[in-house]
Write a protein that binds this ligand. Sequence first.
Ligand code: OGA
Ligand code: NI
Length: 333
Amino acid sequence: MDSDPPFEETYKTLFENSIEESKINRANQILITCEECELPLIDIGRLNMEELEREECKKEIARASQDWGFFQVINHGVSSEILEDMRSEQMQVFKQPFRLKTNHQYLNLSAGCYRWGTPTATCLSQLSWSEAFHIPLMDISSSGGLPTTLSSTMGQFAATVSDLAQRLVEILAEEMGHKSTFFKEKCLPSTCYIRMNRYPPCPTSQIFGLMPHTDSDFLTILHQDQVGGLQLVKDGRWIAVKPNPEALIINIGDLFQAWSNGVYKSVQHRVVTNQKVERFSTAYFLCPSYDAVIESCVEPSLYRKFSFREFRQQVKEDVQKLGYKVGLPRFLV
Ligand code: OGA
Ligand code: NI
């Protein structure tokens, strides 16, 4: 289809080398099949109830963030209409011809908003078989170029999801004994972003939809479809997340792990590909401004304090030099 990025042409040599590689992969068992599981499922409708239910719910959120770094929420207050509208708008945009998607003037987005594959990949196991629009929330309000229905739907989605993100980080801070205004002050709508992901069907299960990574933010809210493919590390093993149509997935990012001094975990996750069907997901990343300084809320601190700008710069340098993100270990004291 002319809307699909030219994966096979562009990464032709990687495919040619892949016969050797697949032997190695089998030997290393890179993509060992893993069990499917239900992430902790938390009914956050209880946050609007009596104190006892409310407190119990907050404890569950904190416990899941410590033990898993990942959980699902239901009765989250983001209406199914908004989620469905967002998904159908997203599908429309990805259906546009590839040529158009790579032309940033088409949606009047900043250059680099549309991403696909992995330009630095030197073998198939470093390639992410996906395409994405990475959209700073600032661009939604200021852009006259986005189709009006897309920008208004994204605006509504962002508004409700950012409310949810703020409530969750406040609860998590409070559970650590900190009534903090830090997140409200530093993570403004203009510093957060949305990523719309599409995972086209992939000819081989040897390739990731998205390479293993941790998120470089405070907290991520993910809405995925029913295809499945998201996996995360729990107790040293990869576990597949079973899609739940009612739920949003929440995960802790690197910055929150640093802020909480390692109490809340930013865990590795990845997406595996599907050979038959395409998959869609939408992620909201709660990020501070570049000059915000991240430091642990307790002493002695595991990590030295750093600005978000410094963190992003370090990640960028590592990816360029080493081919992968080192992340928080760079900032250990
Ligand atoms: C991400 C991510 C998972 C998914 O965008 O950072 O981890 O299921 N996405 O698309
Ligand atoms: Ni992620």
